[in-house]
Design a protein around this ligand. Sequence first.
Ligand SMILES: Nc1nc2c(ncn2[C@@H]2O[C@H](COP(=O)(O)OP(=O)(O)O)[C@@H](O)[C@H]2O)c(=O)[nH]1
Ligand SMILES: [Mg+2]
Ligand SMILES: [Zn+2]
Ligand SMILES: [Zn+2]
Length: 466
Amino acid sequence: MSSTPTPPAIKHYWLGKAYRDMFATSKEAHSLNVAAAKELWDGIGEYDSLAMRGFDALQAFAALCVAPMIVWMIIVPIHFIIVCFVGMFIMTGYLCVSLAEKCYVAFHGWTTVCKYCGNRIHRVEYQCSSCSRWHGNLQPSSFGILKHQCRCGQKLSCSFLGDRHNLRARCPHEGCHKDLDASVETRSYTSVICIIGPPSSGKTGFMIAAMQAMWSYIAPRFLLKGRFNDKMSERFFQEEKKYITQTGSTRKTISEKPPAFNAVFESADGKFLQQVYFFDAAGEIFLTSDKLAAQYQFKNITGGVIIVDPFSLPLLHERYGDKLRELNLDTRITQEDLVDVVERFIIGMQRHFGLDPNRRIKTPFAVIVTKTDLGKLHRLLRPEQLGGDPIAISKHIRRYIDNWGGTGLTHFLESKFENIQYFAASPILLRRTKDGDTAQLKSGTLASPLMWMLETARDPIMKRTR
Ligand SMILES: Nc1nc2c(ncn2[C@@H]2O[C@H](COP(=O)(O)OP(=O)(O)O)[C@@H](O)[C@H]2O)c(=O)[nH]1
Ligand SMILES: [Mg+2]
Ligand SMILES: [Zn+2]
Ligand SMILES: [Zn+2]
C-alpha cells in the first residue's frame, strides 16, 4: 500500500495544530472529570449511614462532576467555534491571495513552459534555500498565506508578492525535473514561433535574421532589452551570423544546435519579460510525421512562419533554373514541394498534438517569400506604389505566387490556415565578388512579419506603448 509522502512544509497553526491542541485539551478536561467522578464513587463506601451517604454523594457529585461537565460542555464548543472561525479567516485569506495571484498572472498573460520537456507548468517546484527539500505546492494554501514554513524551520515566500522567484526551481514533471530560471520562466509570456519549410528553403537564415530583428527593431521600439536565455542559443546565433556574413551561406553541419533558439526581452525596471522561441524544425522532421512527436515545441506554438522559396515554384524554376546552375546557386534552392511539407506538419499536429482535422489552424502564420534578392524579385514584390499598406502588399505577393505556378499552394494554405498573411523578404543579401561570396543580414525586412505575428497572437509585447 502506498503512503502519502509527508509534505515538506508545516501546516498553518490555525489549520492544523490548533485542532489537535483543541482535541487534546478537551480530552484532557474530560478525563479529569471522569477521574473525579470515579474517585467520588470509590469514596461513597466510607460513609456510615445510608442517608449521609446519599446526601453527601449527591453534593459531591454536583460539585465534582456536574459543574465541570457543564463548564466542559460550554467551553469546548466555544473553543471549537474560535478555532473554526480563525481557520476560516485564514482560509479566506489564502483563497484571496491565491485568486489575486491567478488574476495577476492572467492579466500579464504569463505562462510557464518547460523548455526541456515542453510541458506547461502550473506549479513549479521550489527548493528550500536552507535544507534543499523540494516544495511542490509553494503557493497560498493551508500551509500559509504569504510564507510556508519548511520542516527545517526556514520560512519561504509562497506568493507573487514575495521573492519566491529567487529560489532555485525545477520542472515538476516526472522524468524531467530540469532546472528552471523562475525569475524569468514564471514571470514572463512565451512566444513560440515555428518555422516550416523544406530543406534549403531558408529556415536557418530566416531564424538568425528574425532574432536580429527582435534585437534591433522590435525590442528598442518597445523599450526592451534582449538577452539570450542560454549559452547554446547565444553561441549558435553568433557563429551562424558570422558564417553567413563571411561566406554568404548557412552552415551545413552544426555540432551544437539549440532545441529552440530563444531569448528574453526585458523592460528596464525588470517588470516586463517576454521570451521568444524560434523553432527551426529541420526539414527531415517533416519527412516522417512520427518524428514530430519528439518536437515538444509544437505543443505551444503561438505563431508560425511558412517559408516559400520562390525558385521552387514552377515558373520561376523554369525561368531561373539554368542561370542559378550557372552561378552555382542551384544547391541553395529547395527541391521539395512545400505543400507536401506543410501537409506532413498538419498530419503530425493532428496525430500527435490533438489538432482537430475539421478545423482550420487559428494560430497566425506568416507566409514569407524569401531569397527576393536573387533575380531582383524584391522589385516585383514590394513595388513603391503600394506604400506601406500590409493588406495590399499581402494580396500583391499572393498574386505573384499564383502567377508563378503556386495556385495549388495558396489554395491549400488558405484551406488549412485561418490566419495567414503574405510577406516578401530576403533575410540574407548575397554579395558576389571575384574573391568569393559574402552577405549582409537584412533583419529589417523581417520586422513587419514578426510584428504582425506577435500582434495577431495578442502577445503582451504588443500592448506596450512608449
Ligand atoms: N541570396 C539569398 N540566399 C538565401 C536567403 N535565405 C537563405 N539563403 C540561402 O539558401 C540556402 C539554404 O538556407 P538555409 O537557411 O540553410 O535553409 P534551411 O535548410 O531551410 O535551414 C543557404 O545557402 C542560404 O545561404 C536569402 O534571403 N537570400
Ligand atoms: Mg536549417
Ligand atoms: Zn520539463
Ligand atoms: Zn528547508
